[in-house]
Design a binder for this molecule. Sequence first.
Ligand SMILES: Cc1cc2nc3c(=O)[nH]c(=O)nc-3n(C[C@H](O)[C@H](O)[C@H](O)COP(=O)(O)OP(=O)(O)OC[C@H]3O[C@@H](n4cnc5c(N)ncnc54)[C@H](O)[C@@H]3O)c2cc1C
Length: 118
Amino acid sequence: MIIKLFDSRTQFTHIPGLHDAILNNEDTLTDMQIDLALHYPEYIHATVDRIESNQLVSSDGSIHEFNYCVIATGSRTKFPHDEASRQYAYTLNYACDVIKLNDILREPCTKRITIIGG
Ligand SMILES: Cc1cc2nc3c(=O)[nH]c(=O)nc-3n(C[C@H](O)[C@H](O)[C@H](O)COP(=O)(O)OP(=O)(O)OC[C@H]3O[C@@H](n4cnc5c(N)ncnc54)[C@H](O)[C@@H]3O)c2cc1C
């Protein structure tokens, strides 16, 4: 039996640990990520665009057949509707989000951060 893993990202992130790197040593982010290609021989770096009967089509146009398909695409942050609030809203899902937040938090004009969820 062959199990293939398609993911648009190249690394798995241990999300519950991300907050440790906020205003802290960003080197710890390395330990919170694992390279999917190293751990899953059948990993395919691709975004799946659509699934039609027993085939899936990835963003590069390639078609892959399967007997069974498990969809585990996770969830996305729901941002506030109004543009003014969205301007100050950020996600915390990946290492790059922590680096972006740290840059903002280190700006002298930043006074307060509120974390919703997670
Ligand atoms: C800050 C924070 C702290 C958290 N702390 C905890 C905790 O302490 N304990 C706990 O149990 N949970 C915690 N959670 C929740 C936990 O991280 C999530 O429930 C979990 O990551 C969900 O896993 P998932 O596999 O469903 O989705 P994800 O981890 O989001 O994985 C989905 C994957 O699908 C890929 N993908 C999406 N669409 C496509 C596509 N079209 N083609 C190819 N790939 C695609 C994405 O690249 C992603 O890698 C926390 C979450 C956050 C944000």
